[in-house]
Design a protein. Structure first.
Length: 221
């Protein structure tokens, strides 16, 4: 009787031992699966953080570049305005010099007895260097009539004044051409800056949309 009970207990113990081994194996498998899942979740979290940091860094970089472009645009606009102001001043200077030259021509012709119209209140645009702007003045100066020494002295002084005005006029015309070329360069730089500015604004908007999607995805998780 006792032997039968012992044998029964042994069988029961063996069965329980088998079940315990199965439970331990199952627990070990579940532990491995849990570790794998935890590792996978940690990796996904790290990847998400890296993407978020990269997106944030890109956004900050784009914002910084945008600020720099805004400053560059403001400087370019200021340079363009200053160039236009200088151009206007030079044009006014040329007009004043043209009026002075016409006045000298009139005085010279009057001193030599030649009839000449008074200088115009609104002179035409100054001619380019080499034109016959003072052809009549030169013809009058070449005349060596009966004007006497005093007349020749006046003519020589006027001739010198005309030559100085011509030299100054030629120099001013060169300055105007240089300034106009600079103005074209500034205008092109302005157009390029505006184009870059618009492109940066598009890039920043795209980054904002991507960041919002990532934020929404993290909140949903």
């Amino acid at each position: 009787m006792v032997k039968a009970q012992v044998a029964s207990l042994k069988r029961s113990l063996k069965q329980k031992s088998v079940e315990l081994n199965r439970l331990q194996d199952r627990l070990a498998a579940e532990r491995v699966a849990w570790e794998d899942a935890r590792t996978e979740l940690a990796q996904e979290r790290d990847d998400a953080l890296k993407r978020a940091n990269k997106s944030r860094a890109a956004h900050n970089t784009q914002a910084s570049r945008m600020h720099e472009k805004d400053d560059k645009l403001a400087r370019t606009l200021k340079e363009l305005w200053e160039s236009e102001q200088a151009n206007t001043e030079l044009k006014q200077k040329l007009a004043d010099m043209t009026r002075q030259l016409q006045t000298i021509q009139h005085q010279l012709q009057s001193a030599n007895g030649a009839a000449a119209p008074p200088p115009s209140a609104h002179p035409p645009e100054p001619p380019a260097p080499g034109d016959d702007l003072d052809a009549e003045v030169r013809r009058v100066l070449e005349r060596k009539g009966d004007d006497g020494e005093e007349g020749r002295d006046v003519n020589e002084g006027l001739r010198q004044h005309v030559a100085e005005l011509e030299e100054s006029l030629t120099k001013s015309q060169g300055e105007v051409e240089t300034l106009q070329a600079q103005q074209r360069e500034v205008a092109k730089a302005l157009a390029d800056s505006l184009e870059e500015n618009a492109s940066l604004q598009v890039n920043i908007q795209q980054l904002k949309e991507e960041k919002k999607k990532e934020d929404d995805a993290r909140k949903a998780d």
